[in-house]
Design a protein around this ligand. Structure first.
Ligand code: BTN
Length: 245
């Protein structure tokens, strides 16, 4: 692995750790941070990511992309697919994706992704890609505000966290190499085959507004497509969430 990997027993957040290192100017492209637990794990939309000791993967990777912001539209979808591929390879059954980048099994969340864009220097965009995968959560875990599950509930034998990290890094590197050259297009069929809401009734929550429609997958910019009153509409943006009806 080309980068430095910072391994921490307990940390506030692996994303925050890399952000601090980035601000200090000591990060190289591909550097990563892994922790056994987080005291201030962060989820999307300002939520907390519950992070008990040694029962999950808490990992962040720093990647720099050239070509400006438009090059990385769709990045989060590709990261979601990389996580799904790693789980598939370990025998986790029926892994599905929920736009933009939640990973579900049986409509219960098994992994989440938090990508933080740290601004551009000229054409270069800095990103911190944070991945949390529930592997074997304690029976008495509390504070998770949505339906959740973990890998070992869906495999024949307990999985190895070391192996999972190796597979996550493998698929991230392979997929990002392709994504940088070809964008989202080579991934779209596979994304659709794992889309939890493909051809299903959904509602989009965007601020105060609710839009109901039929999920039609994604387009090549990473927008979610919905059939609304017979018309295909594309929706972009970080503050949208999707629910089944
Ligand atoms: C979400 O689904 O809301 C995103 C969850 C992302 C959690 C991971 S765990 C490793 C990294 N560090 C954090 O503080 N968050 C991400």
């Amino acid at each position: 692995y080309p980068g430095t990997c910072y391994i921490q027993p307990i940390i506030d957040s692996t994303n925050t750790f890399l952000k601090t290192k980035l601000a200090e100017g000591v990060l190289k492209d591909g550097d990563a941070c892994l922790a056994e637990s987080q005291t201030a794990g962060r989820g999307r939309q300002g939520k907390t990511w519950v992070s008990p000791f040694a029962s999950s993967i808490y990992m962040s990777i720093y990647r720099r992309f050239s070509g400006g912001y438009q090059t990385i539209s769709g990045l989060s979808l590709v990261i979601g697919l990389a996580v799904a591929d790693a789980l598939d390879e370990l025998g986790v059954k029926d892994v599905q994706l929920k736009w933009p980048n939640d990973i579900y099994v049986n409509m219960q969340k098994i992994a989440g992704i938090l990508i933080e864009i740290e601004g551009a220097v000229g054409d270069e965009v800095d990103s911190i890609i944070g991945i949390g995968v529930n592997v074997s959560l304690p029976e008495d875990v509390s504070g998770i505000d949505q339906a959740f599950t973990d890998c070992n509930t869906h495999t024949l034998a307990p999985i190895s966290r070391n192996e999972l990290v190796a597979l996550l890094l493998k698929f991230l590197n392979i997929h990002l190499d392709t994504f940088i050259v070809y964008g989202l297009v080579p991934f779209m069929d596979r994304w659709h085959s794992k889309d939890a809401f493909y051809h299903k009734a959904v509602k989009l929550l965007a601020g105060q507004s609710v839009i109901e429609g039929i999920g039609m997958g994604i387009n090549e910019t990473g927008a979610i497509l919905l059939q609304v009153n017979g018309e295909l509409q594309a929706f972009h943006g970080g503050e949208i969430s999707v629910r089944g009806i």
